[in-house]
Design a protein around this ligand. Structure first.
Ligand code: ADP
Ligand code: MG
Ligand code: MG
Length: 254
C-alpha cells in the first residue's frame, strides 16, 4: 500500500523583494487510491505545494518532510521523483518547441521505466488513450502544447497521466478553463487512471464543479499557506454556498 506523507511543510520563495514564506506548516497523508481535494482562494499557496512536491527549484523547503513510501522525496532530483512515481499536471502547462507529443511520451516513459516500451503495444496504448480523451490523432505529431488551446493542454496532461502510470498525481487546476464537455472527458480520464492503477490523487481546484465528476474522499480547505479545515465531500458543498470568507477573517495579513 503506497503512501505519500507531507509533514509540517514550510516553504519559502525568493522574490525581488526578498524571501517570502508561502507554506506555513502543511500536513497531509494520501494513501493509494484516495482522492484528496484541496480548495482555496487565489494566492493561498496551492500551486506552491504542487511545485514543491514536484521539486521546482524556485521553492525552498525550510522545514518539514515529504515521504513517499518512507523515502525522503526532498532528497530526490525532479527526475528521481518522477521515477519514484510522482506526477504533476501543471496549472499552466509549458510549450516544448521541437518535441512532438509522441516523442515526449516515449522519452518520458523510457526514463521512468528504465527501458523503452515495446513499439507495437505502446503505439496502441497511446492511440487508445488519445481516443478516449477525444484527442485528434494529428496531435501526436504536433509539438507539445504549441498552439494548443487551454482545453487541449489539459487533455494532454491527462494523456501523460494515463500513459506514465504514476503512484500519485497532483492535478493543479486541471479543471480551470474547461467547458462542461471537456471537463467530463478529463474527469473520466482521471477516474480511469485511478481504477486501473490505484492512483492516489491530490486534486487542486478553485471550484466545486469538477468534484461532481471526480468524487473526493477528503476535502481540505487551504488558506494562507496551510490547511484551515478538513472534511469529506460535504465540506465542498458548504464552500460552494459560503465561500472562503469565514476562513479569511482568521488569516494573517501578508
Ligand atoms: P495559488 O496556487 O493558491 O493561487 P500560489 O502558490 O501560486 O497560490 O501563490 C502563493 C503566493 O506565493 C502568492 O502570493 C504568489 O504571488 C507567491 N508566489 C508563488 N510563486 C512565486 C514566485 N515564483 N515568485 C514570487 N512569488 C511567488
Ligand atoms: Mg492561482
Ligand atoms: Mg495556483
Amino acid at each position: 500500500m503506497s503512501v505519500l506523507e507531507i509533514k509540517n511543510l514550510h516553504v519559502n520563495v525568493e522574490t525581488d523583494q526578498g524571501t517570502r514564506e508561502i507554506l506555513r506548516g502543511v500536513d497531509l497523508v494520501i494513501r493509494e487510491g484516495e482522492i484528496h481535494a484541496i480548495m482555496g482562494p487565489n494566492g493561498s499557496g496551492k500551486s506552491t505545494l504542487a511545485y514543491t512536491i514536484a521539486g521546482h527549484p524556485k521553492y525552498t523547503v525550510v522545514g518539514g518532510e515529504i515521504l513517499l513510501d518512507g523515502e525522503d522525496v526532498l532528497e530526490m532530483s525532479v527526475d528521481e521523483r518522477a521515477r519514484a512515481g510522482l506526477f504533476l499536471a501543471m496549472q499552466y502547462p509549458v510549450e516544448i518547441p521541437g518535441v512532438t507529443v509522441t516523442n515526449f511520451l516515449r522519452t518520458a516513459k523510457t526514463a521512468i521505466d528504465g527501458e523503452a516500451p515495446a513499439i507495437r503495444g505502446w503505439s496502441k496504448e497511446v492511440s487508445e488513450s488519445m481516443k478516449a480523451l477525444r484527442m485528434d490523432p494529428a496531435f501526436a505529431a504536433r509539438n507539445v502544447n504549441e498552439g494548443f488551446s487551454g482545453g487541449e493542454k489539459k487533455r494532454n496532461e491527462i494523456l501523460q497521466l494515463e500513459l506514465l502510470k504514476p503512484k500519485f498525481a497532483v492535478l493543479d487546476e486541471t479543471d480551470s478553463g474547461l467547458d462542461v464537455d471537456a471537463l467530463k472527458i478529463v474527469s473520466e480520464g482521471v477516474n480511469r487512471a485511478k481504477a486501473n492503477t490505484g492512483l492516489g490523487i491530490l486534486l487542486i481546484t478553485h471550484y466545486t464543479r469538477i468534484l461532481r465528476y471526480i468524487k473526493p474522499d477528503f476535502v481540505h480547505v487551504f488558506v494562507a499557506g496551510r490547511i484551515a479545515e478538513q472534511g469529506g465531500s460535504e465540506l465542498a458543498d458548504r464552500l460552494e454556498d459560503e465561500g472562503y470568507d469565514r476562513y479569511l477573517a482568521d488569516a494573517p495579513v501578508s
